[in-house]
Design a protein around this ligand. Structure first.
Ligand code: CTP
Length: 171
């Protein structure tokens, strides 16, 4: 079983393809207000968590709130796929802006599991090829996370890892 030790104040990036269990993990490990989810912000700005045209507005809003939280010294989690280097660069820059530790928790589940989950979901209207694309981006990202500036990197490789990982927070 994996235990992640988190400092009292940090900026946590969840990194993983759709269906890897980011939102489920975030719900189990963090308080509701600590988790800023791109899906939730798409709902706030456009009523629809799948509205891709709302992505820029959703992230602008998410970052606005993240800045308010970090200015208050509150641990913050960004629940988005974050499989693209640009998305992660923005997170590391934000952490630096507030002088907090950027932390990555990557969910690197087998692609078969992701595709199987995707097939049984009715809430994700895109094709399985999108999952394969995200899983490919993730695989190429894993080695780079440390060099990108994440000071602590955890990679969870199975559904069981994701379901059982624990977080200990320093106070
Ligand atoms: N799921 C599962 N077993 C788990 C975790 C999740 O079967 N251990 C299923 C959930 O029931 C859900 C789907 O996988 O239907 C996606 O879980 P979620 O936590 O929402 O994954 P995310 O990575 O947040 O997916 P997305 O990026 O699409 O929001």
């Amino acid at each position: 079983m994996t235990t992640i030790q988190l400092p009292e104040l940090c900026l946590v990036a969840l990194v993983g393809a759709s269906g890897s269990g980011k939102t489920t993990l975030a719900r189990r490990m963090f308080q509701p207000g600590e988790v800023l989810s791109s899906d939730a912000f798409r709902v706030l700005v456009a009523n629809d968590e799948n509205e891709q045209s709302a992505t820029n507005d959703a992230f602008d809003s998410l970052y606005f709130v993240a800045r308010k939280r970090l200015a208050r010294g509150l641990l913050t989690v960004i629940d988005a796929t974050n499989v693209q280097a640009d998305a992660r660069r923005r997170i590391v820059e934000l952490a630096r802006e507030f002088d907090v530790l950027p932390v990555a928790i990557a969910l690197d589940l087998p692609e078969d599991t992701l595709v199987e989950r995707h097939r049984s979901r009715t809430d994700r209207p895109f094709g399985a090829h999108v999952i394969a694309q995200q899983a490919g981006l993730l695989r190429r990202s894993l080695r780079k996370l440390q060099a990108e500036g994440f000071r602590q990197v955890t990679v969870l490789k199975t559904g069981e890892d994701v379901d059982t990982v624990r977080v200990e927070r320093q106070r």
